[in-house]
Structure formats: C-alpha cells, structure tokens
Design a protein around this ligand. Sequence first.
Ligand code: BV8
Ligand code: ZN
Length: 241
Amino acid sequence: MDADLNAARRAVRDCRSMCVLTGAGVSAESGVPTFRGPGGMWKNRDPMSLATPEAFEEDPKTVWEWYQWRRGLIRKCSPNAGHAAIARIEREKEDFLLVTQNVDGLHRLAGSKKMAEFHGNIWIVRCTGCGREEEVRDDFPVLPPRCPSCEALLRPGVVWFGEQIPSAALSESLAMLERCDVLLIAGTSSVVQPSASFAYAVARRRGTVIEVNLEETPISDVARYSFRGRTGELLPAILCA
Ligand code: BV8
Ligand code: ZN
C-alpha cells in the first residue's frame, strides 16, 4: 500500500493536467447519505424509482417530499477534508477540472471553482413551464412548489435517469478526458453512465487512473492505483503533494 500511495502521490505532484471525478462517497464523510448505501433509502423507496421524469410526472408531491428531505439533511452538512484537499490541488494545477456527480453543492462551499456539476444541483429549481431557474435554499412551504411567474410546477435542478447531462458540463468533461495526465476517481460506485466510463477513456490513452473507494467497483481493475479506504483520509494523503 505505501509504495503505491507514494507512487500515486508522485503522479499527482508531477502531472500538469488533472481531472477529479467524485461521487456520493466524498459527501458521505460530511454526513450526506449515499445513493445506494445504508441510509440512502427514504421511506423504503429506491432512489432509482424517484429520480426519474416519470416519477415526477406521476407524483410530483412525493418526489418533492424526497428532495425537501434531502435538502434539509444536506443543509446541516459542511465540507470535509476530502472536499478541502480537492479545492487545494485545483489551485496548484495549471490545468484542472473537478467533475462531480454530487448535487449537494459541498465542493463549491469548500472552494472548488473549476467544476462541472454533472448531475446538476439540488439547490437550483427550474420551472417546467417558463424554464426560469433560481437558487432556493429554504424549504418550500407547499409541495410541489409552483412558479411565481407562470404557476407551472417547479422541479429540482438535477439530472434524472434518462435525462441528458447538461451540455456544457458534458463537453467540458469530455475535453478534459482527452488531455488529462491523471484522473482521480473518488467515492463512486461507478455504475452510473456516462461518468462510469471516464476511467476507460483515460486508461485507453495511458493516462494514470487513481481510485479511492470503500468498496471494489467495476473500474477498480482499470485503475493504475485503487485504494480501499475513506475519502476523508485518503484524499488529503494523496493530494497534499
Ligand atoms: C444519460 C441526480 C443519455 C439526481 C443522478 C436504460 C434506460 C435509461 C437510461 C439508461 C439505461 N441504461 C443506462 C442508462 C443510462 C443511465 C444509467 O447510467 N443507468 C444505470 C444506473 C443503469 N444514466 C442516465 O440516464 C444519465 N443520462 O445517460 O443520458 C441517455 C438518455 C436516455 C437513455 C440512455 C442514455 C443520467 C444519470 C444521472 C442520474 N442522476 N443523480 C439526484 O441526485 O437526485 S445519479 C445518482 O447516482 C447520484 O447523482 C449519484 O451521484 C450517482 C452515482 O452514485 P454514486 O455517487 O456512485 O453514489 P453511490 O451511493 O452509488 O456509491 C457511493 C460509493 O462511495 C460506494 O461505492 C461506497 O462504497 C463509497 N463510499 C461510501 N462512503 C465512502 C465511500 N468511499 C470512500 N469513503 C467513504 N467515506
Ligand atoms: Zn414559470
């Protein structure tokens, strides 16, 4: 482990262009429930059955109850040492991009700036009628909330299953995957597409892929270095050159 850890640290230190991909495991260290792990469920509903346009179409009130519950939880959480280490390395690299699947906004709170929110942001709400977007941090008094301008339903500003990744985030990420020397993947089960394919895109062109995750994932043997452990500990250890 130590030899690999030192080699991974050197790869991070010596690289010019770096991409970091994060998932719910990074925010789990701040107390945010993961998508698929214990505590990620809500009222025994599977998130996969709630995070879809069909679920919202059929029962917007229940979908909003789930999001209001998650917003309430996340509101009490602060960034952790893993978020801070990622924000710090960004300032040391000439060419850097953080791609996060997390919708909680904790990376931005930790100071990350060069960032693509691949699955949107839970604090943004969008009108299904006039498309008006707004950042709303408070709880909505009535669910589902309606647009103050046109009365249509508001929806969470996140990407649901079956929806396209926001085009700016997608193109910025794909461009980075073509040129980064190091891709660090942290706290994701690597089952959701298209972010789960990032590792292959970089490994194919001999870039260095580093994984940090509690459990093994489908990309663990694609990674040059794959560390089992908590992001709150391993990210500072690998990123603090
Ligand atoms: C797309 C936002 C083109 C909402 C999310 C069939 C029909 C339709 C679509 C598909 C299909 N087959 C495949 C697809 C594509 C689909 C997909 O990938 N499905 C999979 C699941 C089969 N993808 C899409 O639909 C994407 N769009 O492809 O557009 C298209 C369009 C139509 C049809 C085809 C293609 C959109 C995907 C975005 C979905 N939205 N979230 C919300 O949050 O409410 S995804 C959701 O999963 C979260 O964003 C989450 O971030 C993401 C990934 O989960 P993880 O972050 O990995 O979290 P998870 O809990 O799974 O794992 C946590 C990991 O951390 C674990 O491994 C754990 O061990 C580890 N861990 C925990 N604690 C720690 C830790 N590690 C270290 N330290 C710790 N402390
Ligand atoms: Zn509207």
